[in-house]
Design a protein around this ligand. Structure first.
Ligand code: SF4
Length: 926
């Protein structure tokens, strides 16, 4: 029997109605749901209906049931493969094929794996779709895909290996031999979307006399049912009223979450504690923590809630901890040194710096920060763990600091503690002898952190760590377990490949409290009140990655699922969720960089507009105006005291300070007067500042031997440059560098070669060039004010001196033709930076030259070539205007009655300002 329930109907009560129970024994019923969660609700509904405990029906999620049949009914002999194992087999196939993807590019397993996982998905889809290699060859005659397909499944069969698709197809093929007669009732409930193999399987189940198919109506259902050979008519639409739907437009995710918090509070105020009939649906799992911290934190502490969704493992903090160890490993040199920056990043991870010494985690934090202070000046250098462990001064200093907490902690205890940390983390992983050994060692590191640091106190540490350990165990026991790599970084590459698409199944307790679910977890369930976040295109519906091996046109020819089927599937679940509710709240972000609102909202809006005969969106769509609440706190100006004025008089003014003043006088105050510095941070990869420092070091080293004599074309040697680039990168990051660093090195080399080519051209076209100075500090007094600067290079070109400043990024704009000293608004835009004017002034002063004989220019790489942007000497009127502005700025800075005011352009300046917390302008966005 087939029943098609109206869209949004409650499925669990419908299943309960068709079960065939005797007294308290319902075990002769078999129910198959699409997922695991409805089973909890069915059992509870049954207990409520019989008024006490009973022997429940046999309930399965569809995939679990098929696996159970394969294991227990068919007793498939052989090995069940994890995706990593399947990729190992696929790699063998890949190596055997004469015509293969990427020719020799993927000839090593660690390189092959990212391709292998993607290829495996495609092959499994083909296999589930009952496609034969011959059919595939006909539609893709030039591609090697059919060869991979045929050989891969032939090998699996020969070796008795079982992938998921092989298990499903085998169960479908042998379904006739499986005896289901012990069940008085078999209910397929809420299933949707069937591959060819699954359709075959369920056709046979539905052919059983005691089988009932309960389907929920919705987009695309009739096409799905045709695959099952079912031609049924939906039951008439449910008479209940349509849900009340309200849509909220927010400027960002934060706005959505704040509004959600408000709505949950309102609902709670009206109905009391939130229960299992209310759901918050998170189509994007990364919204989970903002919701937990900002929306649910407002609920009373004793009010339970349940989280069930698949959270991406690679975003878990425990994975980032392991990744830092991986990054550190890649910087290891043959002599056992590590890049200091990578070491510090590992040391300062919350899990490392909270490893306990005795009962104290704070002692470790003090030790780590003492190490940080000692190592930070080395910046991009390298270190040896053994040398650090012998540095008595650091441990003495740390022990002195710790004394206020615990006098018994000695320098020796701290030294032993650091050595233990090194032994149980870095050294443990560096000694791996095979992939299996590496994975076991990684588990030991996680275990060490779980037992000796405060990590378990972090939310969801346990499920994240458990899932990670499970993945590492899979690696340890995989068919690739015996593989050994000479390069330690390759173990991490394999790990990263395995990590992709791995989800942590946060399972929760489904029958209690407010439900926080992913969209898939709502399948087969019904809720009175539904909140859905991120109802944006590319999130809901998600934009599936195009299949690189099987484009949609080919998939259509082969009768396989296409991307439009995937959209249809999401629409089906979404519409059933919405239609089953009484009240629905949809939140989306409207922001040019964060996509558009979902097509699902557009469609609902269109229906609403038709019903109401209007093209307006309001009041159906409400704007979340939380930014209005925040617009009240523009920072207060700060007056100049006599103390401040004397600091200002004694100050040496650099271009950076003057530029800061032009950007925002208040920012200048924090920087120059209070001397608050932006904390040095160590980014995962070198940031633009670090790249700039590196390029300057390389050029300084390259040009130093060429100073003081006429530059020759022969001096401009790309090979010597390459050697210097290599040496500087090796000093900064060690010999084993990540792919990103190698790419960066290529870019720097390219930049340097472009500079040499530019110089060569200059030598051919202009007068001789003599480099006079490199990295030269400039100082002088102008109008009674001390000025200073730092020139990258000063060279003589004929009778002129040219001061050069290298820019690896965009140089400041120079538009002197729009400069009007009487109009303050033109200053920043026209001058860009005071760098070049100050260089000109100071060099002329230091060399006793007329300023007309000094030129200053930025040397920047733009659009593939090097060019100079010069502050020219040929425009004396403009130069006078620049000096006038400089004078005005210096006077204004020192004027007692002009306070340090915040900039007028908060939106432009504040988002990039390090003093936002001082000003309270974190709310300002660009
Ligand atoms: S946050 Fe804004 S107002 Fe405050 S100092 Fe920085 S730029 Fe100026």
């Amino acid at each position: 029997m087939i029943r098609i329930l109206p869209k949004g109907s409650p499925l669990v009560p419908a299943v309960l109605k068709v079960l065939d129970g005797q007294d308290r024994d319902w075990s002769h019923n078999l129910v198959i749901f699409p997922g695991r969660r409805p089973a909890h609700f069915l059992r509870k509904a049954l207990v409520d209906s019989v008024g006490g405990s009973c022997i429940g029906p046999v309930v399965w999620a569809v995939q679990d049931w098929i696996d159970a049949l394969a294991r227990e009914a068919l007793q498939l002999a052989g090995r069940w493969l994890e995706p990593m194992d399947a990729c190992a087999v696929l790699f063998e196939v890949h190596q055997e094929l004469p015509h293969r993807y990427g020719a020799d590019r993927f000839d090593r397993v660690e390189r092959f794996l990212p391709l292998g996982f993607r290829l495996l998905d495609t092959l499994e889809t083909l296999y589930l779709g009952d496609v034969t290699p011959e059919q595939l060859r006909r539609v893709l005659p030039e591609e090697p895909l059919a060869d991979y397909y045929a050989r891969f499944y032939a090998q699996l069969e020969a070796k008795a290996y079982w992938t998921r698709a092989r298990r499903i197809r085998t169960v479908a093929e042998q379904m006739e031999s499986i005896d289901l007669s012990r069940y008085d009732r078999i209910v397929l409930a809420g299933l949707y979307a069937f591959s060819a193999a699954e359709a075959r399987l369920f056709r046979q189940v539905l052919a059983q006399p005691q089988a009932i198919g309960l389907f929920l109506d919705g987009p695309g259902l009739s096409a799905q049912l045709q695959r099952l050979g079912v031609d049924a008519i939906p039951e008439r639409a449910k008479p209940a009223t349509d849900p009340v739907v309200q849509v909220y437009r927010a400027p960002d995710r934060h706005g959505q979450v704040l509004m959600l918090a408000e709505k949950l509070q309102q609902q709670r105020g009206q109905q009391g504690p939130l229960d299992v009939n209310t759901v918050v649906v998170l189509p994007a799992a990364d919204a989970l923590f903002p919701v937990l911290y900002h929306a649910l934190a407002a609920l009373p502490e004793d009010e339970s809630y349940n989280v069930s969704l698949g959270y991406p493992l690679d975003r878990a903090p425990v994975v980032s901890f392991l990744r830092l160890l991986g990054t550190l490993a890649t910087t290891r040199t043959p002599d056992g040194s590590y890049a200091t920056a990578a070491y510090l990043r590992f040391l300062l991870h919350p899990y490392t710096k909270n490893l306990r010494l005795g009962r104290h985690a704070d002692v470790t934090r003090i030790l780590m920060h003492t190490l940080e202070e000692a190592l930070m000046p080395q910046g991009a250098g390298t270190l040896r763990l053994e040398a650090l462990e012998q540095n008595a001064e650091i441990f003495q200093q740390a022990a002195a600091r710790v004394a206020s907490l615990d006098e018994s902690v000695t320098p020796t205890a701290l030294q032993d503690h650091l050595r233990t940390i090194h032994d149980r983390t870095i050294r443990r992983l560096m000694q791996a002898t095979s992939l299996s050994d590496w994975a076991e060692r990684a588990i030991q590191v996680i275990d060490y952190v779980a037992h000796h640091s405060t990590a378990p106190q972090h939310p969801y540490f346990r499920p994240f760590a458990d899932c990670l350990v499970e993945l590492l165990e899979t690696l340890a026991h995989s068919l690739l377990g015996a593989v050994r790599f000479d390069n330690l970084g390759d173990y991490w590459r394999v790990f990263e490949s395995a990590l992709q698409r791995q989800r942590v199944p946060l399972a929760g307790t489904p029958l209690q409290g407010l439900q926080i679910l992913g969209l898939l977890e709502t399948r087969g369930l019904q809720f009175d009140t539904v909140y859905v976040l991120d109802v944006n295109e590319e999130v809901l519906p998600e934009a599936p990655d195009p299949d690189p091996f099987l484009p949609d046109t080919v998939r259509m020819q082969l009768g396989l699922e296409t991307r439009s089927d995937a959209y249809q599937l999401t629409r089906y679940y979404f519409e059933n969720l919405v239609q089953g509710a009484r009240e629905v709240h949809l939140f989306y972000t409207e922001h040019p960089r964060q996509g558009e609102r979902s097509r699902f909202v557009e469609q609902m809006l269109w229906q609403w507009q038709q019903q109401h005969g209007t093209l307006e969106e309001e009041p159906w769509v409400q704007s979340i105006g939380y930014h209005l609440d925040l617009s009240c706190t523009s920072p207060e100006p700060i007056a100049k005291t006599s103390e401040v004025l004397s600091i200002l008089r004694a100050l040496r003014y650099s271009p950076t300070l003057l530029d800061t003043y032009l950007t925002c006088p208040l920012q200048f105050y924090y920087r120059a007067v209070l001397n608050l510095r932006e904390p040095e941070t160590l980014a995962q990869e070198p940031d633009s500042k670090e790249i700039g420092r590196l390029v300057h070091r390389i050029l300084q080293r390259y040009f130093k031997p060429l100073c003081g004599r006429p530059l020759q074309e022969a001096d401009l040697d790309p090979q010597r440059l390459r050697e210097i680039v290599e040496a500087c990168f090796a000093e900064a990051y060690g010999d084993q560098r990540s792919a990103d660093l190698q790419l960066l090195q290529e870019r720097v080399q390219h930049w340097g070669e472009a500079l040499l080519a530019y110089q060569r051209q200059q030598l051919r076209e202009a007068s001789p060039v003599i480099i006079q100075a490199l990295e030269k500090k400039l100082q002088g007094t102008w109008q009674g004010v001390q000025l200073e600067g730092f020139a990258d290079r000063i060279e003589r070109r004929g009778d002129r001196l040219v001061v050069l400043d290298y820019k690896t990024g965009q140089p400041p704009a120079l538009q002197l033709d729009v400069l009007d000293p009487t109009d303050r608004k033109t200053w920043a835009r026209a001058i860009g930076s005071f760098q070049l004017p100050l260089y000109r002034l100071l060099v002329a002063q230091q060399d006793g030259l007329d300023v007309d004989r000094v030129e200053a220019a930025y040397v920047a790489y733009q659009n593939g070539t090097i060019g100079e942007t010069s502050l020219r000497v040929e425009a004396p009127a403009q130069w006078e205007a620049v000096l006038q502005v400089l004078r005005l700025v210096l006077e204004e800075i020192q004027a007692p009655d002009i306070p340090f005011a915040p900039t007028d352009a908060l939106e432009q300046a504040c988002p990039h300002c390090p003093y936002r917390t001082c000003c309270g302008t974190q709310w300002v966005s660009a």
